[in-house]
Design a protein. Structure first.
Lengths: 218, 218, 218, 218
């Protein structure tokens, strides 16, 4: 299970996978990974599944209040992803090793179930085995995940995401209503594992609601 | 992010992708791209995911009132796609660089939500982040997309599509009831990005309707 | 669009594709193709997506009342697909060049809509562009496809399938309730195109029913 | 149809396939195969679709009351899958050749239909052709599959799974409420075939319920 792939290559490979999962279509979503050299992050507004390693930015991992570029793509038309300050929340507040941003339709729909008007709220889930893939959660625990309201520009989410992270210190995800979800982990494997578990749980909640069944055992 | 793939090869590659997305099954749908040499377009009624570069027509890009063939496939059984005049609408009226025609089931179903009887209408969507992938649209804007009635033959859609484009100058898509959608962009990347965003939004509207939930934040 | 692939290889390639589409899981379903040498057909009860060209039987194409083996797989444990007499119906009654048998869940569910008790019936569809991919059908025509009752053994379907084909001479498909669908064409390309169009239409009928919307424009 | 692939390679290949089917996301689920050398099993908590052959454990196949390691991965951070005692149930009580554990959302949702509160129960299905892919089941038989309650730790399922297997000697699957399903067979091909058939049947039951239709012909 050793993975010696360079981080820029890994980001490109994972983005192709995430595209297949429906997480990063329409240039949305993506993943940032922190390595010994710094923080790797994709450009803004590009087709995530067609990126090449040379398109990835390397930012200073010690300056987490702003973007200090260590290595930029040669293409001068590119800009750093608008998700940068949100990814940095997870690096700064949680010491994360990787952050995934997904536009999965299941995140969008599950958020609507718990916050029909798009205001801040809380998603709850209980009794599903896949909860055990999340840090510190058992399958009979009640999982609670914060939902924050969307904003016109992605960077404007920074403060409300940070506040939600403070309010839910045991949770490695913040849902954005009408938008998607941010999930992180101590490394890219845990971030991906948790993102897959959340996606499964979001779908399970939506499908059970449509079946007229409680998904939560009582 | 430079893509030096010749356009006929790119069309074949994208059609394989679109087949996987469910946009071009049963020989329906496809993509046309405009390059310096002219307009590239697929043959009619062929399996889009199995096309080879030598199957693609090259048409004169300066004669947008009719098809002037510059290079035809060697297979004499082939004919130019019936979508040709519809693709040319986008080239002529909008100076598009590429046009995608999708038979996605989400386009079909979303159109039924807003036009149950198949007559001309308007799809509306509001409050979803993926709207930001569309030219000039913010996530809190109300997106309005024209729906035109289907016709027995594809070419008969030409005038009503052109009229809908005139009526919605800020929108880069026309939905055809019971049929699918045409989406274009200044180049193939923007056309594809917008087509993916529309597909996501169409699905979100359908899924939210099935959940008994408003997808539009109020 | 010339395809020089040997037919056994093509059958294996198409079965991998059909597996991805959900048509041939659990060893069910498959495709038979008629070539100049005779009729190619898969073994019974094997994983269709993992077949190799040497697993394919070659049967005499002139003896359509029974299976005359011209070339058998070297593996003596294999038997000819139980679908053989049903495929031969299409070769004998329609001069087909290829027959696809799909267990798609959309065929199963659409059949239930029109025949909830699994008895013989008729599926109807109208107003969808993808109907135009079917031989002799326009998008405003009302498509009518026979549904026959399932039997304990596949070969027992032979007579009722043949009778349904006689009763619906303009239709290139027979649906089997609780089971799936048989679709054929003059060659494998038309058979595949028609099978894809049917699958799309079956799904559209099911999804529209679930949305509480008429799929048929009135 | 001869498959000379070494078992560790086959396990990795099948796990990539199962990941695509949605059976083993978030490190959950997997497959164990018994060969002449012993029992091959994956590590615990790893990304199943990214495993390499050298990550697979080989356990003694004659000591079915506990895990006797014959060959361990070189990575000392790995542990044997928590499913080990559950896989061993099938090896010990049924002489199975392979066992699949799937977290498919269809298993989860179908279980809820028959056991809304997550308590032990029984799933029933009747009248679907795909039942014929299951050992000893005809398409008009009523299939009955035991559902056991989930537990906080996977190994705690061992006794209730064993009891359900005793109570249903003709059935090669045990569903775990809120969790997934275990399916086995005399070899990996039958285990996979049966797992695919079950997944199809689970989905058919869920989809029919959502359509307001009986899936069981009466």
């Amino acid at each position: 299970m050793t993975d010696a792939t360079p981080i820029p290559d890994l980001i490109c490979e994972l983005c192709r996978l995430f595209y297949g999962l429906g997480w990063v279509s329409g240039t949305g979503g993506g993943i940032s990974i922190r390595g010994p050299e710094g923080i790797f992050i994709a450009p803004s507004g590009v087709q995530k599944e067609r990126m090449q390693p040379e398109d990835i930015y390397l930012l200073d991992g010690d300056a987490l209040d702003r973007a200090v570029v260590r290595r930029a793509p040669t293409n001068p038309a590119l800009k750093i992803s608008e998700c940068r300050p949100l990814f940095f929340n997870a690096y700064r507040q949680r010491g994360a090793g990787a952050v995934i941003h997904s536009h999965s339709i299941w995140a969008l729909l599950a958020a609507r179930l718990f916050s029909p008007d798009g205001r801040p709220g809380e998603l709850r889930c209980q009794g599903i085995e896949m909860q055990k893939g999340l840090r510190g959660v058992g399958c009979f625990d009640t999982l609670r995940v914060p939902i924050i309201a969307n904003t016109a520009r992605e960077a404007e989410l920074t403060d409300s995401m940070a506040a939600a992270m403070d309010a839910y210190p045991d949770v490695d995800a913040v849902i954005v209503a009408g938008h998607g979800v941010y999930v992180w982990g101590r490394d890219w494997v845990q971030a991906k594992t948790q993102a897959e578990c959340y996606d499964y749980l979001f779908r399970a909640l939506v499908e059970a609601h449509r079946m007229g069944l409680p998904i939560v055992a009582t």
